[in-house]
Design a protein around this ligand. Structure first.
Ligand code: ATP
Ligand code: MG
Length: 172
């Protein structure tokens, strides 16, 4: 567990998925626009897996010409990370089951798309190991949002210089 810039991590995933996004004419965005770095405490490799699985799902199951947004809301101690698509959504009766291993909705359609049904089970497992959990909200024809919270990293390369600057001002 170490400080990572999860916004940068999301941008890296966007470029890794550039090709499949282009094929479906999907646009990626991080929000809010003005946000720079977002430092959280996490295992970098595992968090990369979480973001890859969620963002890849948003593209795979989202609409042609759709939008995928990764949104950050910073609280005092936690950052909430949300991965949102404007795709067909997940029917209510499946919402609890999609985190089970090998569970896939609409077998025939999912078969065309391809996958093993492990992505979200892995996401759940990794977030569990980070003492946090995944939430999902979905509306038919409106889209789906997966979200989770991570602890903020207070000591980051970006904020380390602040106390020093304050000390210099107090003692010119
Ligand atoms: P894998 O991730 O192992 O390649 P997969 O994508 O089918 O395979 P999960 O990522 O666990 O497996 O997702 C389980 C199922 O949940 C998917 O098959 C799909 O039916 C549904 N699903 C997941 N994300 C979305 C989404 N953003 N919108 C609509 N349906 C989704
Ligand atoms: Mg998946």
């Amino acid at each position: 567990i170490a400080p990572i810039d999860i916004r940068l991590l999301a941008l890296n995933i966007f470029s890794r998925l550039e090709n499949i996004a282009k094929d479906k004419d999907v646009t990626f965005k991080v929000k809010p626009d003005e946000l720079a770095e977002v430092w959280v405490l996490a295992d970098a490799d595992r968090m990369e897996q979480v973001m890859l699985n969620l963002i890849e799902n948003a593209v795979k199951y989202g609409n042609e010409g759709g939008k995928v947004i990764v949104h950050f809301s910073e609280g005092k101690k936690f950052v909430e990370i949300a991965v949102r698509d404007n795709g067909p959504g997940i029917p209510h009766e499946h919402l609890n089951r999609i985190f089970e291993r090998f569970y896939r909705i609409d077998k025939s359609r999912s078969k065309e798309i391809g996958g093993t049904g492990l992505g979200l089970a892995i996401v759940k497992h990794i977030l569990n190991a980070h003492d946090t959990k995944i939430a999902v909200m979905s509306k038919p024809e409106k889209g789906t949002t997966f979200s989770f919270k991570l602890e903020k990293a207070y000591i980051s390369p970006a904020s380390e210089s602040i106390p020093e600057a304050a000390a210099t001002q107090a003692n010119p």
